[in-house]
Write a protein that binds this ligand. Structure first.
Ligand SMILES: Cc1cc2nc3c(=O)[nH]c(=O)nc-3n(C[C@H](O)[C@H](O)[C@H](O)COP(=O)(O)OP(=O)(O)OC[C@H]3O[C@@H](n4cnc5c(N)ncnc54)[C@H](O)[C@@H]3O)c2cc1C
Length: 419
């Protein structure tokens, strides 16, 4: 039996924004490559996000440098389907070699030969290099504390679509990063009774003195920061482009009727317990918010910019009752809670990538995406090189760096081979 093997210099796995950016940079450097995607281009934006989601950053920022969003105001927050359409259009515009509906099953290092053997749903590839662009938000995490109560409707935020999907009754949303807080807000605006379990978070102002926070993070060098401040490694960021873009303000959300509680600790016999840390989390979030205003003011002064003053941005609402008299326990039945939405983040699955590029916790071993297994690269991971690494604009710059590293290795490999 003859096996048909496709030889290629570089294979990219995953056609989300990371894979698309990678393909653009490899094309620019004339590196022969193919991008394999198990479903469609930017599938996560189409089917793993809720219906009303818009990009967290405005159109002028949350895009690749080589193409603007068509027919969009620069300051608009683009709906998720249009974000996916953008990446489709991008692939067409730059004629990128994407093959959709091809799942990669396994990648193994060749023995006594350079490169890797890649088994897929559409045959075998032999590649010199492989870029894993399968995303950081791949496998939804529901913590082990989740109650095993068949009467409760429980989903991860990745499966939340809209308020109509939920049964009647109150809702507990666990996790108040960008997903949890937006979903809780949407449900509350739809007339639902909503509890939101809040942990440590950063909450930048949506805009300050006429500039969006994405601009402030840019000029202050914070998107490019190589690591979070010590102690803040696991702090989530609460931002939203919904309703034209508004600052996430937990005091305001409480005033609107959202029932805020601390971090969820356990479920036992129908009782859910919360840590007594809500006030602390909200105050730390406020400190983060105010510190950005301060740094922005300093930047304006140091650079002699003429931007309008915004003193009201420094005024915080009074502490709501939930801060001074926190709820530490809830009887789910008595509170009428019929559904729980776990907005508790994601993990990765690299079971298909059988190479020496992982540590004892199965986390990629890499420096700026160049892994410990020569020829294997990672893209799109949190803090791959900087704070912006998982975001649309940031991954484009990381991909450029990795393309350079690939070109450098190709040059070494070709040394004297061309003579
Ligand atoms: C709710 C939410 C909102 C977000 N909003 C924003 C935002 O507004 N702005 C922003 O900049 N970022 C945002 N992000 C972060 C990030 O931009 C997105 O998660 C984005 O989808 C990540 O792109 P990616 O290419 O790294 O991964 P993905 O988009 O997840 O793409 C990975 C691709 O790999 C494919 N794949 C996986 N395994 C295989 C395999 N074995 N074989 C073949 N293909 C495979 C998948 O099908 C998928 O298409 C958001 C994230 C979440 C979770």
């Amino acid at each position: 039996m003859t096996v048909n093997i496709t030889d290629i210099d570089t294979l990219i796995v995953g056609a989300g924004q990371a894979g698309v950016a990678m393909s653009e940079h490899l094309s620019n450097q004339n590196v022969p490559h193919i991008l394999l995607e198990k479903s469609r281009i930017a599938e996560a934006w189409r089917t793993s996000r809720w219906d009303s989601l818009v990009a967290n950053g405005p159109a002028w920022h949350d895009r690749f440098p080589s193409m603007e969003f068509p027919n969009a105001e620069p300051d608009a927050f683009i709906p998720k389907e249009k974000v996916a359409d953008y990446f489709n259009a991008y692939v067409e515009k730059f004629n990128l070699p994407v093959r959709t509906s091809v799942e990669v099953f396994s990648v193994t290092k060749n023995t006594n030969a350079s490169g890797f053997t890649v088994e897929t749903s559409k045959g075998t590839f032999n590649t010199q290099r492989l870029v894993s662009a399968t995303g950081a938000f791949q496998v939804p995490i529901i913590p082990a504390i989740a109650p095993k109560d068949p009467e409760l409707y429980q989903i991860h935020s990745a499966k939340y679509r809209n308020p109509r999907q939920l049964p009647d009754g109150s809702i507990l949303v666990i996790g108040a990063g960008s997903s949890g807080v937006q979903i809780a807000d949407e449900l509350q605006r739809a007339g639902k009774d909503v509890y939101l379990s809040v942990g440590p978070h950063d909450r930048p102002p949506r805009s300050y003195r006429g500039r969006d926070f994405v601009w402030w993070l840019g000029v202050l060098g914070l998107w490019d920061a190589a690591a979070n401040e010590p102690g803040k490694e696991h702090v989530t960021i609460a931002v939203s482009g919904a309703h034209g873009g508004q600052t996430i303000d937990f005091r305001e959300l409480s005033k609107q009727g959202l029932k805020l509680i601390g971090r969820t600790e356990s479920f036992e016999n129908g009782i859910v317990s919360f840590r007594n840390d809500l006030a602390n989390s909200i105050r730390n979030g406020d400190d983060n918010y105010l510190s950005l205003l301060k740094r922005a003011d300093e930047y304006i002064a140091n650079n002699g910019l003429d931007l309008p003053e915004e003193p009201e941005a420094h005024q915080l609402l009074a502490d709501p009752e939930c801060m001074s008299n926190p709820t530490l326990e809830l009887d789910l039945k008595k509170a009428g809670i019929t559904s729980i939405i776990w907005a508790t983040g994601y993990t990765t699955d690299y079971s298909w990538l059988k190479v020496d590029a992982f540590d004892e916790n199965n986390q990629p071993k890499h420096h700026r995406g160049v892994s410990s297994e020569a020829g294997v690269y990672f893209l799109g991971l949190p803090w791959l090189s900087r704070r912006g690494s998982t975001f649309i604009w940031g991954v484009w710059h990381d991909a450029k760096y990795i393309a350079d590293q690939i070109v450098i290795q190709r040059q070494y490999q070709q040394y004297r081979n061309d003579a």
